[in-house]
Write a protein that binds this ligand. Structure first.
Ligand SMILES: [Zn+2]
Length: 153
């Protein structure tokens, strides 16, 4: 039998919540077809897929072009985008997100066309607006992945 519950056997109390070090941003476990995207972001580059036949860009990664079914290749994107929509998160009880409150979750339209979900960083959340020009910046989160975030251009 364990001694659970007896006064002398209690494990130390957890640290006071405010005193714990912040958790890092969660890292994705890349699927093979998306590994190129995550690795590029790890290296500070934004890549998207471009159709070899019709030239359309797409993201997230797919095996074939969504428009014409043609083969696709990875190409470097400009990193420029415009805010399509956004919301300011003011409540989140899970770490590390609660450490960032308030923060902005946004959909941005890349110059190349794809619409992606991201965070807008590097400015006050109240300064974000629809149509705002933003540019990519990157946060490494593991040996094999980085996260593309956007900041005012
Ligand atoms: Zn195509």
């Amino acid at each position: 039998m364990s001694g659970d519950g007896r006064p002398g056997d209690m494990r130390p109390l957890p640290a006071v919540p405010g005193e714990r070090p912040p958790k890092p941003r969660p890292a994705p476990v890349p699927e093979p077809e998306a590994a190129e995207y995550w690795k590029a972001a790890r290296d500070g580059r934004l890549v998207v897929q471009r159709c070899d036949d019709c030239g359309r860009h797409q993201l997230y990664p797919r095996a074939r072009c969504l428009a014409c079914g043609g083969p696709v290749s990875w190409v470097e994107a400009s990193g420029r985008a415009v805010v399509y929509s956004y919301t300011v998160i003011r409540q989140n009880y899970a770490r590390p997100f609660r450490d960032w409150i308030p923060y902005v979750v946004a959909l941005v339209d890349l110059d190349e066309g794809p619409r992606v979900m991201t965070n807008i960083v590097g400015c006050d959340p109240e300064a974000v607006s629809v149509g705002m020009a933003v540019r990519a910046r990157f946060e490494p989160v593991s040996e094999e992945a980085g996260i593309a975030l956007f900041e005012p251009a």
